[in-house]
Design a protein around this ligand. Structure first.
Ligand code: P6P
Length: 343
């Protein structure tokens, strides 16, 4: 049979084209370039995707694999009990980047100091900051967890080896995103040109574009906060929650995993809050690898992220594991929370 020679497709099936919109192709499309910088960023996102696939695989088997779950018996720099999956996921990111030639440092919630790529490995100019498993308390009960990442460029040559150049505002981020390990594994990212979501197709072993140019609704019915801390909050936060309690149209959703709660708000609107408390005025969430990357996404998707008095992206950390109160989500809902802080 002779197939007519033409430059048009023979089938009108568009799903093939969608299935070919992989993460690396999308990044190059976003940058409209095939130059070395674009190729590096595309390769870096691909390595993050590989980390996500390895962690998703481990999570899917964790109930059946000896020593996959539970605590290590150690505590991390945050003073939190470390789970075996925290360590596994942390090492996954190191393993996928160590020989990549794309990064010079890896900074993680699980490591007091950044991991410097060894001299016998190729060096790159990016630094990856990440929370390898966000929502660890959900691990042993098979609930949603995620990984959060932030991409920065090294500035200067860090001659003291203390990564002081990382202590800059969130505006310095080149890109950011997260991987959500849920019913499907999704990777959501931005490199400053909108927010896009990819869904892992296990049969292909590829993240395929599923949602492009995501926009957070200006308002949503969801408010997401751990009300168990109510009595420790500043009165302004207590007043906001009292307002919500007496106003129709709100629904409380709180999963114990920031990535999961933010992901819902990214698609459906609403607001997530983790305020400071009297004993911990800076709250619990870490700025550089939790709040700032999600604030980057929120900003790109038309939402907002604040520490209650200023945009999260403006906040300059005083150290690598600095914490911040976080109010993030729909622009109208974040503004409403802030109005209570002002009053
Ligand atoms: P709490 C998980 O440990 C985490 O860092 C976030 O993912 C989550 O939003 C928060 O802590 C939950 O903290 O105090 O409500 O259990």
């Amino acid at each position: 049979m002779v197939i007519a020679q033409s430059n048009t497709r023979l089938s009108s099936d568009r799903s093939l084209d969608r299935d070919c919109t992989t993460l690396s192709r999308h990044v190059l499309g976003q940058l409209k370039s095939f130059g070395p910088n674009a190729q590096d960023l595309s390769a870096l996102m691909n390595r993050i995707a590989l980390a996500g696939k390895l962690i998703a695989r481990r999570l899917s088997q964790s109930g059946l694999v000896d020593n996959a779950l539970g605590f290590t018996g150690e505590t991390n720099v945050q003073g939190e009990a470390v789970k075996k999956m925290d360590i596994y996921a942390n090492d996954v990111f190191i393993s996928v980047f160590e020989q990549s030639g794309l990064v010079c440092r890896l900074a993680s919630e699980e490591m007091e100091k950044p991991y410097y790529i060894p001299e016998n490995c190729p060096l790159g100019r990016y630094t990856l900051l990440y929370d390898p498993v966000d929502g660890s308390s959900n691990l042993d009960v098979n609930l949603m967890v995620g990984s959060i990442f932030s991409i920065r460029q090294q500035e200067g040559n860090d001659e003291l080896g203390d990564a002081q150049d990382l202590l800059q505002s969130g505006h310095k981020q080149i890109g950011a995103g997260y991987i959500l390990y849920g019913p499907s594994t999704m990777l959501v990212y931005s490199i400053g040109r909108g927010v896009h979501a990819f869904t892992l197709d296990p049969s292909l072993g590829e993240f395929i574009l599923s949602h492009e140019n995501i926009v957070i609704p200006k308002h949503g019915s969801i408010y997401s906060v751990n009300e168990g801390n109510f009595c420790q909050w500043d009165t302004s936060m207590q007043e906001y929650v009292r307002y919500v309690h007496r106003t129709e149209g709100y629904s409380a959703r709180y999963s114990g995993a920031l990535v999961s709660d933010f992901h819902r708000i990214l698609f459906q609107g609403g607001v997530f809050l983790y305020p400071g408390t009297q004993s911990k005025p800076s709250g619990k969430l870490r700025l550089l690898y939790e709040a700032a990357p999600l604030a980057f996404l929120a900003d790109q998707a038309g939402g907002r992220a604040s520490d209650g008095t200023q945009p999260i992206l403006d906040v300059i950390p005083d150290h690598l594991h600095g914490r911040t109160p976080l109010i993030i989500g729909s622009s109208d809902d974040v503004a409403l929370v802030q109005s209570f802080v002002k009053s």
